[in-house]
Ligand binder design. Structure first.
Ligand code: B12
Ligand code: SF4
Ligand code: SF4
Length: 330
C-alpha cells in the first residue's frame, strides 16, 4: 500500500484535523468544512438577485449561475468543500505626509499585494497536501471561481452573513478574504455559523448610494465598489456627488460594523502597506500617468490593475470635480 492509499483508510476525524492543521500552518486564519451539497436557499437568493438586475454588467455572474450554489453539477464526485479565511486588516498609518495634496481613498483589501496571487499559492500547497493523502481536488477557488463563497463559508462555520452581505467571522470581523477547495474526500463537517446582526442597521444607514436596498440585498449598480472597480462605463450622474473620496473600492459598510471592532493586524506579509499602494493615492499623480504601460508598471502585482488606467483616471476626474478628495486619510 502506498502513502496515498494508506491515508485514504485513515479515520476521517484524524484526516480532517490534519488537513485543518495544514491549512492553518499555510497561514490561513480560519478553516471549516462543509459538504459539497447545494447551498439551496443562497442559490434561490442568487437567482432572484440576478433577475432583479443587481449584478449590473458583471456578465460572468449570469453564466450558469446554478454551478455557483451546486458544485456537484460540475464535479459529480465532489464530497466536501474546505472553506478558508485570510485576515487582511491593516492598521491605518498615523501620518501620511509622504502623500501630500488631494488624495483618493483605497479600500483596505487593496492596500498591499494582490490577494489572488497570495491565496492561490497557499491553495496550491493545500491541494498538494490533500493529493498526497489520497484525495482528489478539482478546484481551488478565490474570488474568480463560480462558487457562492460566502454561503459555503457560512455553512462551514466560518462566520455569519451580515446585512451588508459580508461574511463576518468572530475573530477578524469581515476583514477577511475567502477561499475554498472542493475535494472528493469525505471530511467531517463543521456546524454552520449562526450569528446575527440583531436590530443593527448601521451599514444600511451609512451607505451613501443606498446600495443596500434592504438587509442582505446589495444592488451592485449603486455600490461604489462596483462603480469604481468593475464598471467599465461612466459613473451615472446621480452617484458622482456621493463617492465620499473613494477612488478604488469602498469600506464604509464594514467600517461602521460593530463586529469589526477588534481590528487585528494581519500577519500576512504581502498585505503590508509597503507592498502596495497603501490607503490613499495622489489624484494629481494618477491623472498624470501618461499611458497603459506606465500604469501597469506602477501597479504591477496590486489589485488596482483591475480597474485599468482608464477606469482609475475616470474615478480621479470625478473626485477632482466634486472636490471630495481628502488631504489626509480619515
Ligand atoms: C460580485 C462580487 C462583488 C460585487 C457584488 C457584491 C455582492 N454583495 O454581491 C461588488 C463589486 C459590489 C463587490 C464588492 C465587494 N466585495 Co466582492 N465579490 C463578488 C464575488 C465575485 C461574487 C459575489 C456574488 O456571488 N454575489 C451575488 C450575491 C447574491 O451573493 P453573495 O452576496 O456572495 O452571497 C449571498 C447569498 O449567500 C445570500 N444568502 C444566503 N442565504 C440567504 C437567504 C436569504 C433569505 C437572503 C435574503 C440571502 C441569503 O447572502 C449572501 C449575501 O447576500 C465574490 C467572490 C465569490 N465568488 O463569491 C466577491 C467577494 C464577495 N467580495 C469580497 C470583498 C472583500 C468585497 C468588498 C469588501 C471590496 C471593497 N472593499 O470594495 C466589497 C463589499 C461590498 C459588499 N457590501 O458586499 C469578498 C468578501 C469577503 C467577506 N468577508 O464577505 C469575496 C468573497 C471575495 C473573496 N474571495 O474574498 N463584490
Ligand atoms: S461598499 Fe460602500 S457603496 Fe457598497 S454597499 Fe458598502 S457602503 Fe454602500
Ligand atoms: S453594521 Fe450592523 S447590520 Fe450591518 S452587518 Fe454589521 S452588525 Fe449587521
Amino acid at each position: 500500500m502506498n502513502q496515498a492509499e494508506a491515508n485514504k483508510t485513515q479515520n476521517p476525524d484524524a484526516l480532517t484535523q490534519e488537513i485543518k492543521t495544514i491549512a492553518l500552518d499555510l497561514g490561513f486564519h480560519a478553516v471549516g468544512i462543509t459538504s459539497a451539497d447545494p447551498v439551496s436557499s443562497a442559490g434561490t437568493h442568487l437567482l432572484k438577485w440576478l433577475e432583479a438586475g443587481y449584478a449590473a454588467d458583471m456578465a460572468y455572474l449570469k453564466k450558469s449561475p446554478e454551478i455557483r450554489f451546486e458544485p456537484k453539477r460540475r464535479f459529480p464526485e465532489a464530497q466536501s468543500v474546505i472553506a478558508l479565511a485570510l485576515n487582511y486588516y491593516q492598521e491605518r498609518p498615523e501620518t501620511e505626509e509622504e502623500n501630500p495634496g488631494a488624495q483618493g481613498k483605497i479600500a483596505t483589501y487593496a492596500w498591499g499585494e494582490d490577494y489572488h496571487t497570495i491565496i492561490e499559492h497557499k491553495l496550491e500547497k493545500l491541494i498538494e497536501a490533500i493529493t498526497v493523502r489520497g484525495g482528489h481536488c478539482w478546484k481551488g477557488y478565490v474570488d474568480h471561481g463560480p462558487l457562492l463563497e460566502r454561503a459555503f463559508a457560512q455553512r462551514a462555520g466560518l462566520g455569519f452573513i451580515g446585512k451588508n452581505t459580508n461574511l463576518i467571522t468572530p475573530e477578524f470581523g469581515s476583514w477577511v478574504f475567502l477561499a475554498e477547495v472542493v475535494t472528493d474526500m469525505k471530511l467531517i463537517e463543521d456546524t454552520p455559523a449562526t450569528g446575527q446582526c440583531g436590530t443593527c442597521t448601521r451599514c444600511i444607514d451609512i451607505c451613501p448610494t443606498d446600495a443596500l436596498t434592504s438587509p442582505y440585498q446589495l444592488d451592485a449598480r449603486r455600490c461604489i465598489s462596483y462603480l469604481t472597480i468593475e464598471n467599465k462605463g461612466e459613473i451615472p450622474d446621480s452617484f458622482v456627488s456621493k463617492m465620499e473620496g473613494w477612488l478604488f473600492g469602498c469600506d464604509l459598510c464594514q467600517q461602521v460594523c460593530p463586529f469589526n471592532g477588534q481590528n487585528k493586524q494581519s500577519d500576512e506579509p504581502g498585505f503590508a502597506i509597503e507592498k502596495g499602494t497603501g490607503p490613499t493615492l495622489s489624484l494629481e499623480a494618477l491623472a498624470a500617468i501618461p499611458d497603459n504601460a506606465s500604469f501597469k508598471k506602477q501597479f504591477r502585482g496590486t489589485p488596482l490593475l483591475r480597474s485599468k488606467r482608464v477606469g482609475l483616471q475616470r474615478n480621479v476626474k470625478i473626485l477632482q470635480k466634486h472636490n471630495f478628495s481628502i488631504t489626509k486619510a480619515k
